[in-house]
Design a protein around this ligand. Structure first.
Ligand code: ATP
Ligand code: SF4
Ligand code: MG
Length: 340
C-alpha cells in the first residue's frame, strides 16, 4: 500500500483530521528458532489507520496479529525481532525511538486492551488506585486530580456503584467488570490510538457484546483511532470502518467494511465469511481441509494448500497485494468474482 505510506509523508500536520495515525510499511517480524528456519510471523506487511478510524484485523490463531500489535508498541516478546520495515505513528518513526521515548508513548498516546484482565491488574491494589496511577505516570497531575479522573473513568465504563468499586480489589470484580477496569486503564489518558487484541475473547457472549459496544462508543466519542484485532470476522461487520484479513503474517485483503462484506474477493476471506453463514452448502464449497501430505511450505501463494480456487500459477508466483476496486486490496491471482 504505497499510497498510504505517501499519505503520511505528505501529511501537513500529524494528527489532523483525515491524516494517517498509524502507517506500517513493508514490515517483517520473525522469531528465530534453534537450528531451524525462523518463524516469519509478519511478512511484508502494509497497513494504515487514519485518525478516528477503526480498522479490524481478522485472522486465525497464529496468523501474526499479536506479533504485529506488539511490534507497533515496541514490545515484541523474546526472541521476536523486526527484520525490516517502518512503523510511523502520529508522524513519528517508532523504530527510531529510544526505550524511554517508547515508554512515554505507551499508555499515553497508544494503549492496548488485551484479554485476561486479571493478569493485567495488581491483586494487592484497589482498582481505582491502579487507574489513577496510570494517569499520574503520564500526565502532570496530582493525586486528587488523578483519583477524580479514575472515578470518572469507572463511570465512563459503566461500572455500577463506581465510588465503592474504586476501592475494590480485582478479585472482588466479575470478569466483565475487570475487563472494564482494564479498558479504563487503557483509556484514562485519552490515547490517540488503541489496539484491542482479542480483548473480549474470555467473556460470555452477552457481556462481550456490552463491553464491545462500550469500547466502540468511547473510542468514537474521543475521535480515537483503533486497531481492532479479532479471530471473529462477524464482529467486524458493525464495529469497524475497514477490515484487513491476515493469513500467515500477510495481509490478503483490505477494504472498507461494506465492500468487504458485500464483495469479498480473497478465497480465504470468503471461507471465513462462509464459516459464519447458516448455509452448510456454502461452507463446504469454500472449505478445503489441509491434506496431511500437503505441506504448507514451498508454495508461492501461502494460501494455496487450502484454496479451492488454486491454479498452477498459484504455486509458481507469489501474488502481490493489488487494488481491485476503490481502495479494495486483494492478494490473489484469481480473486473471487461472486460468492454463491
Ligand atoms: N515468543 C514467541 N516465540 C516464538 N514464536 C512465537 C512467539 N510468539 C508468537 N510466535 C509465533 O508467531 C506466529 C504468530 O503468532 P501470534 O501470537 O502473533 O498470532 P496471533 O494471530 O496473535 O494468534 P492468536 O489468535 O492465537 O492470538 C505463530 O506461528 C507463533 O507460534
Ligand atoms: S493466488 Fe491462487 S491459491 Fe492463492 S488465494 Fe488466490 S486463487 Fe487461491
Ligand atoms: Mg494473539
Amino acid at each position: 500500500m504505497a499510497a498510504a505510506a505517501t499519505d503520511t509523508t505528505m501529511a501537513p500536520q500529524a494528527g489532523a483530521p483525515g491524516t494517517t495515525m498509524l502507517d506500517i510499511a513493508g514490515l517483517n517480524v520473525s522469531y528465530p528458532v534453534y537450528e531451524e528456519e525462523p518463524v516469519r510471523a509478519v511478512r511484508d506487511l502494509d497497513l494504515s489507520v487514519r485518525r478516528g478510524e477503526i480498522v479490524g484485523l481478522v485472522g486465525e490463531s497464529g496468523s501474526g496479529k499479536t506479533t504485529l500489535a506488539r511490534a507497533v508498541m515496541g514490545l515484541l516478546t523474546q526472541p521476536g525481532r523486526i527484520d525490516s520495515g517502518s512503523i510511523q505513528f502520529d508522524g513519528k518513526d517508532m523504530r527510531a525511538l529510544s526505550e524511554n521515548q517508547l515508554r512515554a508513548i505507551r499508555g499515553r498516546d497508544i494503549a492496548m486492551v488485551i484479554p485476561n484482565p486479571r493478569s493485567e491488574l495488581d491483586p494487592l491494589i484497589p482498582v481505582g488506585k491502579q487507574i489513577a496511577a496510570v494517569a499520574r505516570a503520564h500526565l502532570d497531575i496530582g493525586r486528587a486530580e488523578a483519583d477524580k479522573m479514575a472515578l470518572d473513568m469507572l463511570k465512563a465504563v459503566h461500572i455500577p456503584d463506581p465510588a465503592r468499586r474504586f476501592r475494590a480489589f480485582p478479585h472482588e470484580l466479575s470478569g466483565g467488570m475487570a475487563q472494564r477496569v482494564v479498558m479504563a486503564i487503557s483509556l484514562v489518558c485519552s490515547p490517540k490510538f488503541v489496539i484491542s487484541d482479542d480483548a473480549t475473547s474470555g467473556l460470555d457472549v452477552t457481556v462481550q457484546a456490552q463491553v464491545l459496544d462500550l469500547l466502540r462508543t468511547l473510542v468514537r466519542e474521543h475521535d480515537t483511532s483503533m486497531l481492532f484485532i479479532t479471530r471473529d470476522v462477524g464482529i467486524t461487520a458493525h464495529f469497524c470502518d475497514r477490515v484487513a484479513v491476515i493469513y500467515r503474517g500477510e495481509i490478503v485483503e483490505f477494504a472498507k467494511t461494506g465492500d468487504f462484506f458485500d464483495n469479498p474477493q480473497h478465497p480465504y476471506s470468503v471461507m471465513l465469511l462462509a464459516a459464519f453463514a447458516h448455509n452448510p452448502a456454502l461452507r463446504n464449497k469454500w472449505h478445503k481441509p489441509l491434506a496431511s501430505t500437503e505441506a504448507e511450505a514451498g508454495r508461492a501463494c501461502l494460501y494455496a494448500p487450502r484454496c479451492v480456487h488454486r491454479e498452477d500459477e498459484c504455486d509458481a508466483r507469489h501474488p502481490d497485494l493489488r487494488e481491485l476496486g476503490t481502495r479494495h486490496l486483494v492478494r490473489c491471482h484469481f480473486p473471487v468474482e461472486r460468492v454463491a
